[in-house]
Design a protein around this ligand. Structure first.
Ligand SMILES: [Zn+2]
Length: 133
């Protein structure tokens, strides 16, 4: 299976490393804000709600998160990034995430957002949406 984040890698060698190691002693963290953004998109695509909550900053994290099973996230475009590198503690990623209805695949829409991220210790966390278009 190709990774939902469109990196061109297989899911196993891309975002699954981060999503499936969650909570284990060998937990791996995405090294950059963009990598975290990609893994969160993949978590949306595969129904990984707990990964989404664990990569959300505690100050903005919702108490619970229910993913809509009819919403199939199938395409991610990274529009731009600022900061968010290996040696940064803050980063911004602009992206467009496309989804379609599982019941009617012709019903498609997309979400364009600029998100801010912070790094605490080794872990990048999603903070908030800066701009909703
Ligand atoms: Zn990926």
């Amino acid at each position: 299976m190709r990774c939902p984040c469109q990196s061109g890698e297989s899911y196993e060698h891309c975002c699954a490393k981060f999503i499936t190691s969650l909570g284990t002693a060998q937990q791996l963290y995405p090294p950059t804000a963009e990598a975290l953004m990609r893994s969160r998109f993949s978590a949306f695509a595969v129904g990984g709600a707990s990964y989404l909550l664990h990569t959300w900053h505690p100050s903005t994290r919702p108490a619970c998160l229910e993913l809509d099973p009819d919403q199939q996230w199938y395409l991610l475009e990274i529009l731009g990034t600022s900061g968010g590198g290996l040696f940064d503690t803050q980063g911004v990623v602009s992206f467009r995430a496309h989804y379609r209805s599982a019941a009617n695949r012709k019903l498609k829409d997309s979400l364009t957002e600029t998100s801010s991220f912070v790094r605490e210790e080794r872990q990048w966390l999603y903070m908030e949406a800066l701009e909703l278009l």
